[in-house]
Design a binder for this molecule. Sequence first.
Ligand code: DC
Length: 226
Amino acid sequence: MIVELPPIITIDGPTASGKGTIARIISNKLGWLLLDSGSIYRALAFAIINSDISVSDFDSIETLASNLEISINDGNVYLGGFDISEKIRTEEISRVSSVIASDYNVRKILLDKQRSLLSYPGLVADGRDMGTIVFPYAALKIFLTADISIRAQRRYNQLINKGNVVNITSIMDNIRERDERDADRLYSPLIPASDAHILDNSVLDIEQTLSIILDLYKYKFGPSYN
Ligand code: DC
């Protein structure tokens, strides 16, 4: 028996490559669900920091991950019913989420959570291993990347616009550190799936990036979207 699953588009890539923004716009355009998988790792990092568990105490972290009451609704992330969407966007959470994401058991525990979000009419999933591990059978896989100095500048602009006092050199250092940790880990490292379209958007704006991905979508799924 052949089981038909809802269609999936995966958008993987390094920090600040624009994958979150692009995934959100595409999911809105298609009316498909959005899975920002990084927000699940971030929610766990938030829970760890607020439980005073050490970032190296993986036994406790795995227990916490198993009991994590996380839900995602309309792009907002809830932990035990509390909206933590804004609270998980700090530099500290970025660092801790990248550290705990290297643990095999943590990834295994969070895998089911991510897969359970697949439903009709379709799913747009962004992260690091959406196309390689979580949804390897996705019909369309994008690996979105950009030069590190461009990504650092984008992140700098975002933070400045939110009123933060930030330093571009330390942002670049943080991004480099996270890139290396996410790409060098043993389990589910940040790498393009063998059948992913690799798209470097260093010299493209959001509209241009979107237009390339929507062309790929039309090629795969046919011309219909809103
Ligand atoms: O996408 P993001 O920056 O919100 O993700 C935060 C961290 O979570 C990232 O540095 C590594 C981890 N992560 C992961 O390991 N696998 C994913 N699919 C998504 C995120």
